[in-house]
Design a protein. Sequence first.
Lengths: 148, 342, 118
Amino acid sequence: MNTKMSSKQYEEYIKDKLPKPKYLKNCIAAFIVGGFICDVAQFISNITKSYGFNKEAVSAITAISMVFLGAFLTGIGIYDRIGRFAGAGSIVPITGFANSIVSPAMEFKREGFIFGVGAKMFVLAGPVLVYGISASIIIGIIHYLLGK
Amino acid sequence: MPGKRLGKQTLRLSSPPSMISNASIVGPKEGEGPLAIYFDQVLKDDYFGEESWEKAESKMLKEVVKNAIKSSGRSNTNINFMFAGDLLNQIVSSSFAARELQIPFVGLYGACSTMAESICMGSIMLDGGFADAVVCATSSHFSSAERQYRFPLEQGVQRPPVAQWTVTGAGAAVLAEAGNGPYITHVTIGKVLDFGVKDANNMGAAMAPAAVDTITAHLNETGRSPLYYDLIITGDLGNIGKAITLDMMQKEGFEIDKVYNDCGSMIFDGAKQDTYAGGSGCGCSAVVLNGYIAKEIKKGNLNRVLLVATGALLSPITTWQGESIPSIAHAVAIEKTIGEGA
Amino acid sequence: MNYLKAFITGGALCVIGQLLMDHTKLTPSRVLVIFVTAGVILQGLGIYQILVDFGGAGATTPLTGFGYSLAEGAMKGVKEAGILGAFTGGLKAAAGGIAGAIFFGYIMALLFNPKSKK
């Protein structure tokens, strides 16, 4: 063919032919679903507090409960439907973290429980743990050095 | 042999083989689409009685090959060669199907261009007098492809509007040296083109230049005008790639809009089926060719078709390494009768 | 009243994630890494606490909140155990969530099969 285009030129050329995501609808959906999930967590927190647990216990119990919810909804096949609508509203909360662990674990069951379920659990969540924990160690070290 | 190669990419077959039988199987979603009545078999679910999606896909491929051979009136033992490929790593869907069929097997990888690629190679084999009959097949499966290339199915992700839906489907065609058409008269082998698209969700835009390159090569090298054909159909450019192709072909000096369509655009009803930009996958062009096009040619509604199947030659690793998506398109000219055009 | 504040805070953080996903080439996994790291850094600077005090679960549930608890844990660990605490503190604070995710993940994978998409 005769038309020669560089990558940049092609990118410019196709720009107006690509449908854009429904930005406003996506943001509203993310806001509503994300807000709702956080309210569920708030509810659990409030109940746990009223039973007299201390701050750390409340935080741990809420985290474990939200993770269970995310895992269960993924298991029964609902979480992906929520995600289609909610986008970041279901990805950003900790339930989304649970979903990113459970979905590959379920998917790779066919490949066995060690190399399938066991190994693939962290295929999406791994980076979150690596960067989160490493960053916290660095912050801890800095804190220690500044405190001296 | 002199005179058989027209230009750089197109071959004119001197004894055009006939496409004597076809078979197609699709999954439930395709069976709810606009072309549902054209497919031979629609599965109730995408496991096809198997334990995994990969096994289901391989079974689909095996079954269409068996069905196409059965309708050809031949048996496994007098089909000389099998040309097949698919999207899975190491083309296991095809190899494991071939294991059951025991036909001398040539495995191909052209991503979603495999239907045309397999017919190209099968036709050349027949025209060269190396075989009496061959079977050409390919398959794809939504779930096995998503798992390999993109996200686990239960993960809550949003698909962007440019995304396409991998077709769950398998198609096979038996080509024979003796027959009464429809004939494979020309094949055009594509070159790999890369216009720098990096977004693995934006396949249509990535593959369009390859389609344009192959179509223009075919038309220039055969000297035919687009209107020589009743239908010029690309494999799986989807709605977006289709629009880009139409526009780029115009820039090349060819008006194809009267005869142009795309298998990915045809196989799903985007509005009702939530398939965004349309269908994709090897199975897309395979089931449309072996279902819709074959039956329409038999009915007399189509006489000359140029099938241009398109493939994106990326892997998940190349995407992570920041590479763009190289693509290829192969074309086969299918004509009900021979001898009328150049 | 704290339900409204949690809703607004959580919703706003999710909108930021949505804007990143829609307007940039960042994939969901990359967005999550940015969020968790941002949470760690912001709490390291003491800033994220303001959001937590206002929004409660609206600040702790999004993944920035996970980073927040990792940072809190590391700093507390340093106070109690010196430099060793930098290593043990973060993971200790997040232990419940991580252990739960692994354990429940395994159970769900045992019990359920992925469903084909319609």
